[in-house]
Each structure stands twice: as C-alpha cells, then as structure tokens.
Design a protein around this ligand. Sequence first.
Ligand code: GRF
Length: 195
Amino acid sequence: MALKLGILGSGKGSNFVSIAEAIQKGTLDAEVVLVGSDFADALILSHAAKFGFATYACPPSQFKTKLEPEIETQLAHELKKAGTELLVLAGFMRVLKRPLLDTFAGKIINIHPSLLPAFPGLKAWEQAWKAQVPETGCTVHLVNDQIDAGRILGQIKVPVQADDTPETLHARIQKAEHTLFPQVLQDITTGKIRI
Ligand code: GRF
C-alpha cells in the first residue's frame, strides 16, 4: 500500500513538485493526501491544486517562526483527517510544537539545505558560503523538538565553487534536494530506511 503523505510548505514548493513528479513517474510509491501551508497565497498550494491534490491553508498567524497552538492543532487535525501517515516538511518555515509533534511522533521528516549537523537554522546555504567551506549539501532528517537536530536519513554533498554567490550555491543545493527527497521517501516506503 502506498505511503500516505501530508506535505507542508511555506514557499515556492519546488521540493513538493519533485515529490509529486516522482509519484507520477512511478519512482515513488506514495500518495499525497493533503498539501498544507501557513500562507494562503503560497505557490506550493497552487502547484498542489494543479496536481489535483487537496490543499489546506492555515489562517494568518501573528507569529513568524511558529503557529498559535490553536492554529497548529487545527492543522494537525486536518492532516490526520486526510489520512497522513508521514508528515513531510518541504520548506515549512515554522518551528513545530506539541500539536504536530505529538500527533505525528517519530513520523515527521524535513529537508534542510546543508550537511547537518553543520549550519542548522536559517539560510544555511549562505552560512556555508560565508564560512568558505569547500562543500556543503542537503540533508533529510527526522524532526524532533530541537531545530534541525533529528536523526539524519540521507544527504547529498554539493561542491562550493570559487565564483559562487549565495544564490548560485542555493540553486545547486536545491537541484540536489530534488533528487534526495523523493529517494529518501522511496527508501522509507520500501523499508530500506527505517523510521
Ligand atoms: C529548501 O531549500 C529546503 O531545504 C528548505 O526550504 C527550501 C524550500 O524550497 N527547508 P521549496 O519551497 O521546496 O522550493
């Protein structure tokens, strides 16, 4: 049986598209049951609608980095109601709290644009570029109550080039993300990666 994914994102949704395309191509044996966002006008929701998936937008939040408990509780309820078995954070820019962490304990994964544990937090590609490291990359990891600190499930390394700007580096990392995320998800569905 295909793994039922609930996907959350705040922005342009390119990782979501890579997952949806992998499902269409048949390289990922999963089903998207709901795509949610903390912003009603986020591009990820229009992409999701084009793929024909159900969407859910949270009401506006007064916070920037987390959701009000009642908004997060409702989001968890919607995801559960849709049948989510694995919660996939694809560029969701809020720190998860009890409602989602408890509802999907041990069943939440995130993609981060660095080789964790290096450069957790915001704009990780820019942190790596400023630190002048020769390589960085992307990581898919389990989500716990600490920021970008859960068990690492997969990584791809990306070289930093001498003429890179933060933007060119981020674009190269995103290309790697679009390979890594569907691959890790497929490895979870086959049991190659155990969560
Ligand atoms: C990605 O770089 C991901 O690593 C980070 O947020 C970004 C989301 O990009 N967590 P997109 O919305 O999937 O294009």
